[in-house]
Design a protein around this ligand. Structure first.
Ligand SMILES: Cc1ncc(COP(=O)(O)O)c(C=O)c1O
Length: 373
């Protein structure tokens, strides 16, 4: 039986997402005792104490299905962001939200605009649906070129993905740039402007930048806008898989129809509710990253290593003359997991997560060894 004849055409050449190497897999492979992971932009401070308490209190309830509607979580988000519950949806991580959007909107004949050097999961979702991704170059090498994205739209364009701040470059676009972008978006053959998916996974870090815009300010005037954020980054809940989005009621209604019924698990829901009200954990994490970014910038400068200033909790730096993958391997030998950027078409760059000071220091110590200073 030739199973491959039955697999959907768009899945035949599909390549899996390469996630950051896990500490456990490296321990198994190399027998290293002490390993630190600076590859997936997690928060080493961990989740809020309130979230941990809430997980412990609810752990015995896991024999029940979770609330299919994530009502308490939506209510907490609604209070926090002053938006009706009908404008809010939830998902098992931003990853699932990207796929829900793709499943809801993308047909094989549709074109979807993505930026070069941006989060790779968008193009993967496009490929999965059998649609066509149009990749637009960045400007100044590492910044989103929103006007070029708008220019790349034609009558077949169904959606445009914008990451703010961007992963892996850490750069961001301003309020004025986004406003102009919405204005310049042309109408497609459906008589509408394309869906704009604004990924604000690192929103809580980026708000420290003076001119970083809040996507929510654009929601009222732009019914084609879908914004999403995650509990995986600053809130330290990556292992629970929970994220949320904002959009107009009609879009939310359709996302609710097509999502799996229990997509956000019970512990994720209670932990997310506890996290959203814990300003202390967010403030502590923001303060740490702000300080540690400066430390890392200075160390890169001392080593004469080119890096990109970031609005998030990771830094992209130049690994040349070594290839990123070669530097990644050197770091692995020393028990530090960083991320080579081949899949982002940046073969001479590496991304490192900004972490607690002792881990950042260890990273710099290993980096000095690699560049032989
Ligand atoms: C820009 C961006 N969007 C979305 C995600 C997805 O995060 P999660 O699925 O953990 O919510 C990530 C994770 O690395 C990301 O960097």
């Amino acid at each position: 039986m030739d199973i491959l004849k039955m697999v959907r055409k768009s899945c035949l050449r599909f390549q899996p997402y390469l996630s950051g190497r896990s500490v456990e897999s490296l321990k198994r492979e190399c027998g290293l005792k002490s390993i630190i992971k600076l590859a997936s932009n997690e928060n080493a401070l961990g989740p809020s104490k309130k979230a941990i308490k809430s997980i412990k209190t609810n752990v015995e309830k896991v024999f029940t299905y979770p609330d299919s509607t994530s009502y308490e979580l939506k209510k907490a988000l609604s209070e926090r962001y002053q938006l009706p519950v009908g404008n809010i949806f939830t998902g098992a991580g931003g990853d699932e939200i990207i796929e829900l959007i793709a499943r809801l909107f993308f047909n094989p004949e549709d074109e979807i605009i993505v930026s070069k050097h941006s989060f790779i999961r968008y193009a993967m979702a496009v490929e999965l649906m059998g649609s066509k991704a149009i990749v637009v170059p960045m400007k100044d090498g590492f910044r989103y070129d929103l006007l070029a994205l708008a220019k790349a739209c034609n009558e077949n364009t169904k959606a445009v993905f914008v990451t703010n701040p961007n992963n892996p470059t850490g750069t961001y676009v301003t309020k004025a740039e986004i406003a102009e972008f919405f204005e310049k978006l042309p109408v497609n053959k459906f008589g509408a402007k394309p869906i704009v998916v604004l990924d604000e996974a690192y929103f809580e870090y980026a708000v420290l930048e003076k001119d970083y815009p809040n996507g929510l300010d654009f929601l009222k005037d732009n019914p084609n806008l879908i914004i999403f954020r995650t509990f995986s980054k600053i809130y330290g809940l990556a292992g629970l898989r929970v994220a949320y989005g904002f959009a107009n009621e009609e879009i939310v209604n359709y996302i609710e129809r097509i999502r799996p019924p229990f997509n956000v698990n019970l512990l994720a829901q209670v932990a997310a509710v506890a996290s959203i009200t814990d300003n202390e954990q967010v403030k502590k994490s923001q303060k740490l990253i702000k300080k540690e970014k400066v430390y890392l910038y200075k160390e890169f400068e001392k080593l004469k290593i080119k890096y990109i200033k970031t609005a998030a909790n990771f830094i992209l730096f130049d690994s040349s003359p070594l290839k990123g993958i070669e530097l990644f391997r050197e770091f692995l030998k020393g028990g530090v997991i960083v991320r080579a950027m081949d899949e982002y078409e940046l073969p001479y760059w590496v991304r490192v997560t900004v972490s607690i000071h002792e881990e950042n220091e260890l990273f710099i110590k290993k980096l000095k060894k690699c560049v032989k200073v």
